[in-house]
Design a protein around this ligand. Sequence first.
Ligand SMILES: *[C@@H]1O[C@H](CO)[C@@H](O)[C@H](O)[C@H]1NC(C)=O
Ligand SMILES: *[C@@H]1O[C@H](CO)[C@@H](O)[C@H](O)[C@H]1NC(C)=O
Ligand SMILES: *[C@@H]1O[C@H](CO)[C@@H](O)[C@H](O)[C@H]1NC(C)=O
Ligand SMILES: *[C@@H]1O[C@H](CO)[C@@H](O)[C@H](O)[C@H]1NC(C)=O
Ligand SMILES: *[C@@H]1O[C@H](CO)[C@@H](O)[C@H](O)[C@H]1NC(C)=O
Ligand SMILES: *[C@@H]1O[C@H](CO)[C@@H](O)[C@H](O)[C@H]1NC(C)=O
Ligand SMILES: *[C@@H]1O[C@H](CO)[C@@H](O)[C@H](O)[C@H]1NC(C)=O
Length: 479
Amino acid sequence: MASLKFLLYASAASAQYVPIPWAYTQHEPPVLVSVNGAVRHQTMMGGGCSGAFGVACDQTGAEGLSPANQQLVSDYLFNENVGGLSILRNRIGSSPTDGILGNCPSSPSSPANYTFGTDENSADSCQLKLTRQALIANPKLFIYADAWSAPGCFKTDETDINGGLICGVRGSNCTQDWRQAYANYLVQYAKFYEEKGITVNMLGAYNEPDFNPVSYASMESDGYQAKDFLEVLYPTVKKYRKDLLVSCCDATGARQERDILYELNSAGGGRLYDVATWHNYQSEPKEPFNTLGQPNLETEWSDGSGTFNTTWDTTGQSAEGLQWALYMHNAFTRSDTSGYLHWWCAQNSTGLTAGSDAVLVRLANNSFEVSRRLWAFAGYFRFARPGSVRIDASSSAETLYVSAFENTNGTVAIPVINAAHFQRDVQVHVNGCRLGKGSVVAYLADNNHNNTVVGTYHVNGGMFQASVPPRSMTTFFLQ
Ligand SMILES: *[C@@H]1O[C@H](CO)[C@@H](O)[C@H](O)[C@H]1NC(C)=O
Ligand SMILES: *[C@@H]1O[C@H](CO)[C@@H](O)[C@H](O)[C@H]1NC(C)=O
Ligand SMILES: *[C@@H]1O[C@H](CO)[C@@H](O)[C@H](O)[C@H]1NC(C)=O
Ligand SMILES: *[C@@H]1O[C@H](CO)[C@@H](O)[C@H](O)[C@H]1NC(C)=O
Ligand SMILES: *[C@@H]1O[C@H](CO)[C@@H](O)[C@H](O)[C@H]1NC(C)=O
Ligand SMILES: *[C@@H]1O[C@H](CO)[C@@H](O)[C@H](O)[C@H]1NC(C)=O
Ligand SMILES: *[C@@H]1O[C@H](CO)[C@@H](O)[C@H](O)[C@H]1NC(C)=O
């Protein structure tokens, strides 16, 4: 899987040694890890990030990044052999200047005058250009186009900021019903990308509808109101293209998403979406989602509390790589989550939030720095590719976290996180998998390794034994 080209990048970078605060020797018997391919869980969709609100412009050259480095940043994020991400979340603009409707039609049934920028560099707030670069890095990129709000003139508050409802849902007080107009608007966005030769894979009508910020695009909805809109959107989307997925509803937290889904189900709308989407801000995933069998996907989060930090593990800070490996482990194993998206991909260091931990890559003129959080994503998504299925895995030690995924071609990824401050031996027993050649390659992420090969093993009698460093993530790849 490793490509020479990227190993060269890694070795050319200056290796910076960051010690683990207290690492020591502790002699304990090997931890027993058991993987069982006969017990199957969710199908994986992948990892990703976003270039919303103009940060796509930073990444695509507006702040001095050369064309070669723009592509290199996309390769770091989206190439199967580097960051391994495969989902790009684009924002469908909602204002007269960043959306696709400069002027409001006089009534819901009047023709809408949609427009999409003609300049390839700036169209769709540079998200078109970013999408093209990400597609070069990963031709199977999954594009999630998500709106934060309907255009203001379709809403109760007549602006796309400051909450408000879509006119026509229960509790709205408008004289006209704009639900179909908003459904058409969302589908039109996908059509503009289609005209550019790009397939949008999933459409979303909401961003954090349980939360009402005054200053930026937002729109409220509970689960009942979501039912009133999705019963218009869902058939409109499927009439355009059956394989275009519909999400619901990008709530601020896992619990908030469950609340919306509970109401949506009660209202009889539990089948009006294909993927339950949620953010990790206000609450964490702790149990399976209350869908009617649809997958769930974490679609936005960054810790947001600190400055940009490239470290893997120094003092257990929440924006560090090791913690992100654990956040994902919990979502995958407790809530059967099918994928995990960071908030922004890359931004310049003087922009909106000035080099905060909201980005995976920090840009500075023509150079860039990669957060080790990306190596946590890589530890999962380089190896558990879209379409892989999570299979059962357990560990005999609470501080050794294990998950396992079987790809469609039978290869198996076993990410193992050692949260202990000492090196450990692990004895991995694999049952119910095809195993192919029985070869195992270990990829390590820690303060000194960026998901790099550190060992090879062989499965004998369904078992192999390896050792894992303190405070690390090792992904064993079996084929
Ligand atoms: C690993 O990646 C980090 C950025 O995430 C970089 O600073 C470091 O030099 C890389 N280390 C190696 C050994 O390539
Ligand atoms: C459509 O919108 C564009 C840009 O907002 C504007 O230039 C054009 O005049 C509009 N066309 C009509 C028929 O209203
Ligand atoms: C409808 O409700 C919104 C939000 O509460 C309010 O701002 C607006 O004035 C109301 N419009 C009408 C026509 O009552
Ligand atoms: C990252 O954050 C940790 C904890 O706050 C700190 O010790 C470390 O120096 C930071 N590293 C960088 C490169 O900012
Ligand atoms: C990038 O930095 C420039 C200043 O150099 C700033 O004006 C711009 O808003 C930033 N871009 C974003 C998207 O924040
Ligand atoms: C970018 O380049 C300008 C001009 O050389 C310089 O003033 C600025 O400090 C640089 N910004 C960063 C973040 O390196
Ligand atoms: C199987 O699929 C994985 C994930 O795409 C890939 O890395 C691997 O090379 C493939 N292996 C074989 C034997 O086809």
